[in-house]
Structures are given as structure tokens and as C-alpha cells.
Design a protein around this ligand. Structure first.
Ligand code: SF4
Length: 386
């Protein structure tokens, strides 16, 4: 079983999925349900799952509670999760502890309680400061509530606040997107995640697109917004350290998310959560029913697991490395895969450099901002050579 291999000394990242939301946003394909009356049963099962993993002697240096909407839990319920995690995974005051919150479901009082539990990083799902955009996205909060949520986070003592924003909405212009960005930076967050709107199969927004209920923004215009985001946030002092992520200096990068991108070990708890300790990867049942049923029988809620081949690991290292502005460390790549990166991939690298997509020196291979727009295509070209 995959967890057996996780007892090594290297600290792990812990992700806890809270699979509850008050309603479903039409663009979202994360697993969540609105039956909040099932929270108590879920918390019992989650505690069991964490305690089982604790037997592996894990030590975590990041904890990320996401979802879903973690802030639908009462502070008391949240406190129970944190207490269990602290004991099971040896959390310390230096552990990066991130909580995702939704502006529709938090009060200053709740945030003060969360800070007292040890959370030192607050990620607020603002998405937009424009009520029309929020209505299109089916969010359950207003622009005013988003502002209030950020101010409440500051008032509660969080000095590491991240905001999530979405761009690329139909009819969005550089001017309206810039207003969102301006409002965001006025609030002084340490971290900004700017995601391109995507239409995931199975979501209501995807169906609406298919039936022609609205016209999407063209790829060219979305690309313009991406470039504008890079330039605008760069000028405001934010370092574009991953395709969608910006930090006000490297110390404010998300340590937890960097584990995903750098192939470091992490373990997920709750329905649909994934874990990875290369070359193993595993994931839990997606539905709460299957998750509870499995734990009710006293068995881990594992849906499946896999062992990545050397080729698969190399493909992943390319894709995840090139997502980040630090790019791929050539010596590290050679150590790991016994391959001279420049020599092995030179035909694709030459083509991509000629397009202005790649910036390479003796130590690293990075994508330019333009290259980030073609990440999938570039990785495909490299992978063809493996
Ligand atoms: S609140 Fe977040 S997790 Fe819940 S449905 Fe909306 S986008 Fe998805």
C-alpha cells in the first residue's frame, strides 16, 4: 500500500480536502457537495484517516486545508482538524499552515479563531472585484464582501494573505481586468493566483458554452490578458513564479504548492485527495459516500494507485519544471535521469528558442512569458524525444 513508503525523514506536505460548499459554482470541477449535515460524519472519518497515516511516523512542514469551502466548518470543527493534524504530523510554529476561505462564509470572529489555531496563511477565493463577473461565475458573494473579507483577514492578524482571481471571462477587456488587478494590489496581498477561466467538461459552464449561451473570449484576447497580468503585476513588485502564481518576493511563494511542482512528497486526506512519494502516486475515492463506506469498514479510502515509470517521471519533471519561472535545473535533471538535458532535447529546444519561448543558460532552462502560453505544446515537443 502506498502509504507504507511515506515514513522517510523528508518532511511531507499535508493537504486536507473539505468536500462541502453551500452550492456549486458553474465553472468548478472540484469535488464538493452541499449536504452540510454530513460534516460530523466526515470529520470522524477524516480523523481516522489521519491517525492511520500517523503510524507511518510522518513529519509535515506544510498543511493546506482546501476544498470545497473549508470556511463552512465552524471554528470548533476546524480546531478539531488542526489539533488532530498537529499531533499526527508533528506540526510546529514554523509549519506553513494555509486555510482557503470563501468571502461568502467568513466573519472577522471566525478568522480570529483560525489565526489562533495556528494558520499563518490565508487564501481568499475572491475571483473578481466586479459584481457582474461574480454573477457570471455563480459566486455566492459580492465584490463588497470580497473586500470586507480581505480587510477582516488583516484585522484578524494575518500578514500572509493570498487572493485568487479568475480572468478570461467572456467580454472581459484589458481595462476591466486591470481594474480587478488594481483593486487586488491596493489591498496589499503577499500572494496572487490569477487563473485563466477554463471550461471543464461536466460543469454547467461547459454545457452552456456547448449550447451557445455565450461566446467565450478568444484565445488571442486571453493571451493578451495573460501578458498584461505579467507586466502589470511585475511592475507592482510581484514575482511571476509559476504560470498562474505571483508572490511579493520569494519568501511569500506557496511552499505547499511548490511541493506539487517540485516532485516533493505530499499526502492528501479526504475525498478525491491525492498523495505522492515518487515514484508512487495514489488517490482517494472521489465521492463522500465511497470514502465513508471504506473507512466504515476499517480500510483506507484508496481509489487507486500507480508507480510512475522513468519516462513518466521525466515527462512530469518537464511539465512541472517549466511551469515555474525557476525552470528546470540542468544539473539536477542530469543527476536524476542520467541525461544531458541540452544534448538530449536539442532539436526541440532549438525550435522553441527560435520562437522566443525558451530562455536557457548553462544552469537552467526556463520558459519566457510568451513560452508559458505554449507550455503544453512545448512539453509535447520535448516528450516526443523521450
Ligand atoms: S466555492 Fe469553490 S470549491 Fe465550491 S463550488 Fe465554488 S469554486 Fe468550487
Amino acid at each position: 500500500m502506498a502509504l507504507e513508503s511515506t515514513a522517510a525523514a523528508q518532511p511531507v506536505g499535508i493537504y486536507i480536502h473539505i468536500p462541502f460548499c453551500r452550492g456549486k459554482c458553474p465553472y468548478c470541477d472540484f469535488y464538493s457537495i452541499s449536504a452540510l449535515d454530513r460534516i460530523p460524519a466526515y470529520l470522524d472519518a477524516l480523523q481516522w484517516e489521519m491517525q492511520q497515516a500517523a503510524e507511518q511516523g510522518l513529519r509535515a512542514d506544510t498543511l493546506y486545508i482546501g476544498g470545497g469551502t473549508p470556511s463552512v466548518l465552524t471554528p470548533r470543527q476546524m480546531g478539531r482538524i488542526v489539533d488532530t493534524a498537529a499531533v499526527c504530523f508533528n506540526l510546529t510554529p514554523t509549519t506553513e499552515m494555509t486555510l482557503e476561505v470563501n468571502p461568502a462564509s467568513i466573519t472577522t470572529r471566525d478568522l480570529q479563531d483560525y489565526a489562533a489555531f495556528g494558520f499563518n496563511r490565508l487564501n481568499i477565493g475572491v475571483q473578481s472585484f466586479d459584481d457582474r463577473n461574480l454573477a457570471f461565475l455563480g459566486r455566492r458573494h459580492s465584490a463588497e464582501q470580497a473586500l470586507t473579507a480581505v480587510q477582516a483577514g488583516v484585522a484578524a492578524g494575518f500578514n500572509n494573505i493570498g487572493l485568487d482571481l479568475i480572468f478570461g471571462l467572456p467580454d472581459q477587456t484589458p481595462g476591466t481586468w486591470k481594474k480587478d488587478l488594481l483593486q487586488a494590489i491596493r489591498l496589499g496581498p503577499k500572494h496572487l493566483a490569477c487563473y485563466m477561466l477554463s471550461y471543464e467538461p461536466g460543469t454547467r459552464l461547459h454545457d452552456d458554452l456547448q449550447t451557445g449561451r455565450f461566446a467565450p473570449l478568444s484565445e488571442l484576447r486571453v493571451a493578451d490578458l495573460f501578458r498584461m497580468t505579467h507586466d502589470f503585476l511585475g511592475a507592482a513588485g510581484y514575482d511571476h513564479y509559476e504560470v498562474s502564481n505571483y508572490a511579493r518576493g520569494s519568501r511569500w511563494r506557496s511552499k505547499h504548492n511548490q511541493k506539487y511542482w517540485n516532485g516533493h512528497p505530499y499526502i492528501g486526506f479526504g475525498p478525491s485527495a491525492h498523495g505522492c512519494r515518487l515514484p508512487h502516486r495514489w488517490w482517494n475515492h472521489r465521492s463522500l459516500d465511497a470514502y465513508l463506506e471504506s473507512i466504515g469498514r476499517g480500510t483506507p479510502p484508496l481509489a487507486d494507485e500507480e508507480v510512475l515509470s522513468e519516462e513518466q517521471q521525466m515527462m512530469e519533471a518537464l511539465f512541472l519544471g517549466l511551469r515555474q519561472s525557476d525552470g528546470i535545473d540542468l544539473a539536477g535533471f542530469q543527476n536524476r535521469f542520467q541525461i544531458d538535458f541540452k544534448l538530449f532535447f536539442h532539436t526541440a529546444l532549438d525550435r522553441c528558442s527560435a520562437e522566443g519561448w525558451i530562455d536557457m543558460d548553462d544552469r537552467r532552462c526556463r520558459l519566457t512569458v510568451e513560452g508559458m502560453l505554449f507550455l503544453d505544446r512545448i512539453v509535447d515537443e520535448l516528450v516526443e524525444l523521450i
